[in-house]
Design a protein around this ligand. Structure first.
Ligand code: MLC
Ligand code: AMP
Length: 463
């Protein structure tokens, strides 16, 4: 059965999925995705080039129905990233679209083939998806996400946001991350509601979705600050029920600007690829600018400093740990990284530093490591970019950091020691080998990197 994800008890909806001008009803989604499932039955893992298209959604749903693990691949990934993702995940083929030079067999998604066969629901602890996310060093790590985690995570959000099949969700986020794909596509389908994917998350496309009846909008903070800069588009969103932000800290001035333009206080929620969403403001609760809300149903959180537990007094700042039914259990093929982050009894060390007040409200203060950058809501490891830049003949040493940026939250800046070349040469080198959003926006030459007595680069001195 497909059906936890396509809610069999929901009535057919002619516009269950709209992406740009392309639409599919709930019944067509079920029929086409079931036919897709039958074409890949028996496979273990398939890769999906996750462009924002109905083909991507059908491929993902086909994998879910068949019980085949899906690996969504960012469509602008460089060859090095693709080779890593395919090799690490054990993908056996591409389902739907494929890159120009696919190294694996390609199984097409046939839009007009349908099946009404009911397939048994795969085991709840089987891996629905592997999502790749950056660490501080090295290539992206795979996070296996089980069917149980997805179901628990989406149902806990439904509780927090009073999210029902009557809602029409709109967003324009990429379909290879938790935010755009799991919450933004599987969420409304599980609720039995509808989704409008706007293609990209621009203010005018969001305004058009509001006019088309969308009731909930998702955005990363960059999207909300761009909406706040477009008065007409922002005002069009007044008709919504909820505006929701996540993936990076929402600046208080953006919260205030959206409130004054739309009358809405943005609901903020906090999560990670490894944990799905664990903390959120509630639809019926306090929305405190700069704070991300309360643990979702079934979630527990802790603050630690070294081995000591810190009080939830609204002042103590410590490492945030989370545990709950939507939290993952490992990094794929990475036992050491797994042991560092999952410390036993289901507790996951997020790497974020937080404060919790006596009422349970959480504020994310920052990240423990300067090597993990959040730019436009994308998580980017400094080490990955440094490795690519060191591959250029002119670069002797490099340190990549995120610097504060009004639009992107953080902007990637590379400090380089070496023979200066045109800035675009190094920027394009990264954009050609890695996903485009990992490119530095600026190259700054210096004579030497600041180092401590041990020779370790002191990135804090570069900020
Ligand atoms: C520019 N471009 C280049 C280039 N310079 N391409 C190649 N080489 C160069 N030198 C291209 C880009 O590829 C892109 O093309 C276009 O120019 C604009 O690029 P950009 O400036 O990077 O895009 P921008 O509009 O600024 O993007 C902002 C944004 C984006 C908000 C739309 O950052 C975004 O989609 N963010 C969402 C991230 C997200 O979903 N995170 C969720 C993680 S899950 P093209 O063709 O691509 O347009 C998670 C869990 C949780 O965190 O809590 O949710
Ligand atoms: P990703 O793995 O891409 O999901 O990124 C997860 C990281 O995004 C978290 O560890 C946080 O640093 C950050 N993040 C997500 N949501 C929020 C939020 N609402 N406020 C602050 N940071 C956030």
């Amino acid at each position: 059965m497909l059906l936890p994800y396509l809610n069999p008890s929901a009535p057919d909806a002619p516009d269950a999925l709209r992406i740009g001008d392309d639409k599919l009803s709930r019944e067509d989604l079920a029929g086409v995705a079931t036919a897709v499932a039958e074409r890949i039955a028996g496979a273990r893992v398939v890769a999906v080039l996750a462009r924002p298209t109905t083909e991507t959604v059908l491929a993902v749903l086909g994998g879910l129905i068949a019980g085949v693990t899906v690996v969504p691949v960012p469509p602008d990934s460089g060859p090095r990233e693709i080779a890593h993702i395919l090799g690490d995940s054990g993908a056996q083929g591409w389902l739907g679209a494929a890159p120009d030079d696919p190294t694996l067999p390609v199984v097409p998604v046939r839009r007009y083939a349908k099946s009404w066969h009911r397939h048994p629901e795969p085991p709840a602890d089987s891996v629905a998806m592997i999502l790749y996310t950056s660490g501080t060093t090295g290539l992206p790590k795979g996070v296996p996400i089980t069917r149980r985690a997805i179901a628990a995570g989406l149902d806990a959000l439904a509780d927090a946001w009073q999210w029902t099949g009557d809602d029409v969700l709109a967003h324009g986020l990429p379909l290879f991350h938790v935010h755009g794909l799991i919450l933004g596509i599987l969420g409304p389908l599980r609720r039995g509601g509808s989704v409008i994917h706007t293609g990209s998350p621009t203010p005018s496309l969001y305004a058009a979705a509001a006019e088309a009846g969308a009731s909930i909008f998702f955005g990363v903070p960059t999207v909300w600050s761009r909406v706040a800069g477009d008065t007409a588009a922002a005002q069009a969103l007044s008709s919504a029920r909820l505006l929701i932000s996540g993936s990076a800290p929402l600046p208080v001035p953006t919260f205030d600007a959206i409130r004054s333009l739309t009358g809405h206080e943005i609901v903020e929620r906090y999560g990670m690829t490894e944990t799905l969403i664990t903390v959120s403001t509630r639809a019926d609760g306090e929305r405190r600018p700069g704070w991300v809300g309360l643990p979702l149903a079934g979630v527990e959180t802790r603050l630690r400093e070294g081995d000591s537990e810190l009080p939830h007094d609204g002042e103590s700042v410590g490492d945030l740990l989370v545990r709950g039914p939507m939290v993952g259990t490992e990094y794929l093929n990475r036992p050491e990284a797994t042991a560092e982050s999952w410390i036993g009894d289901g507790w996951f060390v997020t790497g974020d530093v937080a404060v919790i007040d006596p009422s349970g409200m959480h504020r994310i203060v920052g990240r423990r490591s300067t090597d993990l950058i959040k730019s436009g809501g994308f998580r980017i490891g400094a080490g990955e970019i440094e490795t690519v830049l060191l591959g250029h003949d002119s670069v002797r040493e490099v340190a990549v950091i995120g610097v504060p940026d009004d639009d992107l939250g953080q902007r990637i800046v590379a400090y380089v020691v070496g023979e200066p070349v045109e800035e675009a040469v190094l920027i394009d080198l990264v954009a050609s080998q890695l996903s485009h959003h990992k490119r530095p926006r600026e190259i700054r030459y210096i004579d030497a990197l600041p180092r401590n007595a041990m020779g370790k680069v002191q990135k804090k001195l570069l900020e």
